[in-house]
Design a protein. Structure first.
Length: 94
């Protein structure tokens, strides 16, 4: 995670099992929406999930819901890259 995604550390979802956010189990959406409803960073999360082509459940929305919202808003998501999730490292000293 780079410095631009530090808000993610404040998400209500950090107190849950990460696997439930990336499942197709139809039992989970209502549970996940309840977690998202009180989240202090839900707006950041929604913006991020619309801007980037993330998978899973983000900001109380499914992938299908985000695809519909992007289409309605004319947003084309950026592809994710592994580097986005690597910690920012200090420069190497020689």
């Amino acid at each position: 995670m780079n410095n631009n995604e530090r808000w993610m550390e404040q998400g209500s979802c950090t107190q849950t099992d990460p696997d439930i956010w990336f499942t197709n189990n139809i039992q989970y959406p209502s549970i996940l929406k309840r977690v998202c409803d009180g989240c202090p960073v839900i707006e950041n999360c929604l913006k991020y999930s619309l801007e980037w082509n993330v998978r899973g459940f983000w900001a109380g929305t499914s992938e299908i819901a985000r695809d519909r919202l992007r289409k309605r808003l004319g947003i084309r998501p950026k592809p994710l890259s592994l580097e986005q999730f690597l910690p920012v490292s200090a420069p190497q000293q020689g």
